[in-house]
Design a binder for this molecule. Sequence first.
Ligand SMILES: Nc1ncnc2c1ncn2[C@@H]1O[C@H](COP(=O)(O)OP(=O)(O)OP(=O)(O)O)[C@@H](O)[C@H]1O
Ligand SMILES: [Mg+2]
Length: 231
Amino acid sequence: MADALLEARGLAKTYGEGASAVKVFEDISLSVKEGEFLVLLGPSGSGKSTLLNILGLLDVPTGGSFSIDGADAANLREDEKAALRSRKIGFIFQFDSLLPEFTVLENVELPALMRGQPNPEHSLKLLERFSLAHAARKFPPEMSGGERQRAAIARALRNRPRIIFADEPTGNLDGDNARRVFGDLKELSRGGVAVLLATHNNEAIGYGDRVLSLAHGKLNEITPAAFSREI
Ligand SMILES: Nc1ncnc2c1ncn2[C@@H]1O[C@H](COP(=O)(O)OP(=O)(O)OP(=O)(O)O)[C@@H](O)[C@H]1O
Ligand SMILES: [Mg+2]
């Protein structure tokens, strides 16, 4: 098996066509190993979400190729994409996106249900791991932002993904809760799950195995020390 879990070559993305076209990037290459924690920084509008959405199979590139766990991911049918996403990928967004009319336990169990492999005991164990056992029967609106975001991480982990894409997951949290989320993601990566975290929070830099910066359509690897000089 290839060493890299995720391999992207020459990815390009332009939204729209003609005079109204927005070129976000045209030649992004990236390789992520299993268990690596990558922190992706960059100004607003630089394309961080666009890149994560493409790599997470929520959007399509306009050029280039990429593979996830050895599978060519750029040319899949919708059903193949859904299957790959369900088996290998977890997503965490800025706003937790839990379904408010379901309990936390049901929310975490949902990805497994959709895959036809229900096991609420496993979901409960995940909630325990994130100190949320007490909230299993609560509905998301009855929980704090930090609790909801931890539940969203538990849900992203439910199908034992190989890679987690986290798009500004702490944008809505205070410092303590943000650090807890970064620490949880770090622990996941130590357990072998690759993590690609897009954020504006410079505190995340200290958690990354690698720090990348996306600006003006270019992805650059930066050392944390170099970044602190830049800002
Ligand atoms: N669906 C879309 N249609 C047209 N343009 C889009 C679309 N989504 C994003 N864009 C544009 O693509 C560029 C990159 O947006 P993106 O959301 O990826 O940036 P970002 O780095 O995630 O920003 P932020 O830090 O604010 O989240 C922006 O110029 C944005 O306006
Ligand atoms: Mg974004």
